[in-house]
Design a protein around this ligand. Structure first.
Ligand SMILES: Nc1ncnc2c1ncn2[C@@H]1O[C@H](COP(=O)(O)OP(=O)(O)OP(=O)(O)O)[C@@H](O)[C@H]1O
Length: 340
């Protein structure tokens, strides 16, 4: 067998909560950003869903890590191991040589030079040869199908796990951006705290996220879209006896109110900084909501009512950034000015 090498192109949305990889226009990996490592050797034991199942259930020999916090890499070793593990999932079938990888990775637009360097280094150590970085709001806009090169202002609000990014895009560039480290994970934390304070029940991070998905709401009146109460099981935080607590969406809406207000205020302050011509375009086009956090019930309506500009939730908000990075990698030459 002779030597041969081929270039494989992969696009990655490296998120705080989920990492998605697109190759040949298809989503080939869609896994939680979690890795399980041997505590002594740092060897990878599991990655993605398998590692998430171990989360909050490990013994002393295993460390289960979410390597990203607040949208940026918090644990470098773990991040590299995770990227390596997830990239391996792309290489199905038996190949003698691992391909040379060209990668486009979505990164938060508020990243510092040091943070960008860290993502690039991790990607190179995980096997990337040509590594391009694209800012997530730009990738999200491309993924949603917005003509990012048009002389027209569009606002994207991407509510992920660790950060909310608000960006105004026009003529192929980010005109202004506002990134806050308040997003979906903070909503989960609020629920966890609330359950403990209000109901004396101890819940795990995963259970709190389930509550958010089942009965999370940005409004105290959802009308016909109201979900049924959700029954939470967990230990009493004082007596440790098992409890069963039914939770309704109205109380969760109250508990999430303050954190949602922070996101609202960030959108308002981004609008304040937007030049008038672009502002007019945004009022006409509406504001695009994306990221998993935009799936919270009633959020689009709450923002529309408060800000008086229509908010549209993207079709597949968990995948907009990944889709955009997938399009960018197919058009590296055309979009080179969007990448670094
Ligand atoms: N149905 C839902 N309702 C409310 N929140 C949801 C829902 N589904 C997912 N989420 C939340 O969306 C967040 C993850 O979104 P996403 O995958 O876009 O983030 P990410 O890209 O990994 O994070 P970041 O952009 O901050 O790095 C999590 O906080 C998750 O709990």
């Amino acid at each position: 067998m002779g030597f041969f090498s081929f270039i494989q192109e992969i696009a990655m949305d490296l998120g705080t909560a989920n990492t998605i990889i697109i190759s040949d226009d298809k989503i080939v990996v869609d896994e939680p950003s979690v890795v399980a490592l041997d505590r002594r050797t740092d060897k990878m034991i599991a990655v993605g869903d398998k590692a998430k199942m171990m989360y909050e259930k490990t013994n002393d020999n295993i460390r289960v890590v979410r390597p990203l916090r607040d949208g940026v890499i918090a644990d470098f070793t773990a991040c590299e191991q995770m990227m390596r593990g997830l990239i391996k999932m792309v290489h199905t079938g038996s190949r003698l040589f691992s391909p040379s990888l060209r990668m486009v990775i979505g990164v938060p637009s508020g990243s510092t030079e040091v943070e960008l360097r860290a993502v690039r280094d991790s990607a190179e150590h995980a096997g990337g040869r040509d590594v391009y970085l694209i800012f997530e709001p730009m990738a999200a806009a491309i993924g949603i199908g917005i003509d990012v090169e048009a002389p027209e202002g569009n606002m994207i609000v991407d509510i992920g796990g660790g950060s909310t990014e608000i960006a105004v895009i026009s003529l192929g560039g980010i005109v202004s951006n506002n990134s806050i480290r308040t997003a979906g994970d903070d909503l989960t934390d609020e629920i966890r705290e609330y359950m403990s304070k209000q109901h004396n029940v101890k819940v795990s991070e995963r259970m709190a996220e389930r509550i958010k998905i089942h009965v999370g709401s940005a409004l105290t009146d959802l009308g016909e879209e109201a979900p049924e109460d959700y029954v939470v099981h967990g230990p009493n935080k004082v007596t440790a006896l098992p409890m069963e607590v039914p939770v309704c969406y109205q109380e969760i809406a109250h508990c999430l109110d303050r954190t949602i207000a922070k996101i609202e205020n960030a959108v308002l302050s981004a609008l304040e900084k937007t030049p008038p011509e672009l502002y007019a375009d945004i009022v006409k086009n509406g504001i695009y909501l994306t990221g998993g956090g935009s799936l919270l019930r009633g959020l689009d309506k709450r923002l529309t009512d408060k800000i008086k500009i229509p908010f549209h939730v993207a079709d597949d908000p968990l995948h907009s950034v990944a889709k955009g990075t997938g399009i960018a990698i197919k058009n590296v030459d055309r979009f080179s000015f969007l990448m670094r």
